[in-house]
Design a protein around this ligand. Sequence first.
Ligand SMILES: [Zn+2]
Length: 162
Amino acid sequence: MDVDKTKCKHCGSENRCFTEQTIIPTSGDEATSHMCVNCGYTTTSLNKEGSDTVEQYEESTAQLIKDLRFIDDDKLVWYPIVLNFPSVGIVFPDGANASEWNWIAAKAVDVLDDEKEKYPVPGSDGEFYKRRIDMENRQEFASNDFYSACKSVGFILNEELA
Ligand SMILES: [Zn+2]
């Protein structure tokens, strides 16, 4: 599918917001998604202020992410993204409140044989994860430096931007 690089409504950066048609896996609905690699904010055309989509999302979302929501001039609600790829790493916003927060980035590492008992796969007897997120060696990045946070764990967002 085509990806357009557009101006981000949240941070205003040019050509760094990836906009594409997408199908929402849970509902099968078609939507336009926006994901900005500059500020780390994301939304879809279904995230209308006051909609069930927004309500359901916020039921299972950390308070900080809700506090950081941004509503654009089309009444779409944007949130900072949580990237969680268990075999690669994780990037997520963390902090005391909406004016005092950072991006946390942590890489995945191999689970060693003698520690595997600590990482059982839920519901699968005798199976253990091969990779784990190394939170002890997590790094913090300023709230305006999402791109460096992603780079530090090896997420390639766009080679042209590197
Ligand atoms: Zn942005």
